[in-house]
Design a protein around this ligand. Structure first.
Ligand SMILES: Nc1ncnc2c1ncn2[C@@H]1O[C@H](COP(=O)(O)OP(=O)(O)O)[C@@H](O)[C@H]1O
Ligand SMILES: [Mg+2]
Length: 440
């Protein structure tokens, strides 16, 4: 008898305190090591029910993730979870391609996401498990207490309405930028970490290529995560490679962030969205799963795409990053002042100027790496990876190969010293050739 079968039996039918499990005799994988996401992705519904003893939703993020535990414990600290389940609006290809690209371009530690189809037996087991915990709590809130019950209750419809799931490793030794600057010497430590500064510079380029605007372009300090050495984690990484075809057909027009003066969307406007001209970038199109959630009255957010115009002035990207970060610190300091806590001091000019030098070197290194990934054999490999993932996990309106090719064109134009206007014309011509089926 395996460990888990023993545990299952000795737990009995009724669970004291915070253990939830469906009555099962199936015995599953049980080790003291965190479980490989590849193994979890292959579980059937019965294995999920037998193995998962407890789960906690994350606090941060718009939707969040579920930390899953396969061993019973008294406190369930999040860093001791065995794996993470993250609901996605669309295809798991988006996350996997982003993680692949970030490990190539910035050496980021991958969360090793593996896709789980929403409609699969395992996908249904995940949804039903959480709903069951909420139901049990409602039947008997004392015996079935759960410290995160309110958050779990909010999370349940997001799981049910997901387009797909990924299972990920739990990042170990991870700090988020959002927490890292919130100690008196925190900001100083961030700026004096050369590896971190270089990596963030390169990350800016990689996210611009992927269209991921919800990290650096619009500074989301909860999506910037790194270890003590300054190595990044590819936390919350996806692609916003919005398909022109899908934007044109978007009946909500939510993704029409700019149009001509007759209200029409043209290839010129779509190209301007990708470039992020006039400080305005595009957004993701609602996926079919999100449209349904929205119709059901649930909140859905469409992540911003990343603007690419900044790539044409690489030496100025630091200024954008630093002004966003300084703003965050400024608002946080107001809160500290209200609580009579010592303020986060402004780092020395030397620390700021060193940080700028490293960050900017990172931007240039990122551009060079992106350029080499976008040419020759490496580009063929990229194309293969992109299409292989789509074949495996299905399509997604924000996983467009044409959009990625356009971003490639833009990175290359920036690298060659072309102007934003020249790039805009190049892209518009390209789109018109590509989409001459649509009358624009
Ligand atoms: N694989 C992971 N390991 C550890 N913590 C994670 C992991 N994934 C997410 N988290 C935590 O949960 C938070 C929310 O997850 P995230 O993927 O950013 O969701 P959202 O898309 O809703 O922003 C993150 O900011 C981080 O604190
Ligand atoms: Mg997030």
């Amino acid at each position: 008898m395996s460990d888990s079968a023993r545990r299952t039996r000795s737990d009995g039918g009724r669970h004291g305190g915070a253990t939830y499990r469906w009555p099962q005799s199936f015995s599953g994988v049980q080790t003291d090591m965190p479980i490989d996401p590849k193994v979890v992705a292959k579980w059937n519904a019965a294995q999920w029910q037998a193995n998962v003893k407890y789960a906690r939703p994350s606090g941060g993020g718009a939707v969040g993730v579920l930390f899953c535990f396969t061993r019973t414990s008294t406190s369930y600290p999040i860093n001791q979870a065995d794996f993470v389940i993250k609901p996605l609006p669309g295809s798991a290809a988006s996350t996997q391609f982003a993680e692949h690209t970030l490990s190539k371009l910035v050496g980021a530690t991958s969360m090793q996401s593996e896709g789980i189809a929403r409609a699969s037996p395992l996908g249904n087991a995940i949804v039903m498990w959480v709903e069951h915990v909420v139901d049990l709590h409602d039947l008997d809130p004392i015996d079935n207490a759960h410290p995160d019950i309110d958050r779990l209750r909010q999370f349940a419809p997001q799981l049910r309405g997901a387009g797909s799931f990924v299972v990920q490793r739990v990042a170990q030794g991870m700090q988020e930028l959002d927490a890292a600057y919130k100690t008196v010497d925190g900001l100083d430590r961030i700026l004096t970490n050369e590896k971190l500064m270089r990596s963030l510079g390169a990350l800016f380029v990689a996210d611009a290529l992927l269209g991921n605007g919800d990290r650096l372009d619009q500074l989301n300090a909860g999506n910037n995560a790194f270890d003590s050495e300054g190595k990044l984690f590819s936390l919350d990484s996806g692609t916003v490679l919005t398909s022109f075809d899908k934007v044109l057909k978007d009946s909500t027009k939510q993704s029409w962030t700019r149009t001509d003066n007759t209200g029409a969307l043209t290839s010129w406007h779509w190209a301007a969205d990708i470039l992020g001209k006039d400080n305005q970038g595009g957004v993701a199109v609602l996926t079919p799963a999100q449209r349904q959630l929205k119709q059901g009255g649930h909140a859905v957010a469409t992540p911003p795409s990343a603007r690419m115009t900044l790539l044409f002035t690489p030496n100025r990207i630091w200024d954008y990053f630093w002004s966003d970060l300084r703003n965050k610190v400024h608002f946080y300091n107001q809160e500290r002042a209200r609580n009579n806590q010592p303020l986060i001091p402004r780092p020395s000019n030397l620390a700021i100027s060193n940080a700028k030098t490293w960050f900017t070197k990172g931007v240039h290194a990122g551009l060079a790496k992106a350029d080499s990934m976008l040419g020759g054999v490496a580009w063929l490999q990229t194309k293969y990876k992109f299409k292989e993932l789509r074949a495996k996990h299905g399509g997604d309106p924000n996983y467009s190969w044409t959009n990625l090719k356009i971003r490639r064109l833009i990175v290359r134009a920036a690298k060659e010293g072309k102007s934003v206007e020249q790039a805009h014309q190049l892209v518009t011509d390209y789109v018109q050739r590509k989409f001459n089926d649509f009358s624009l």
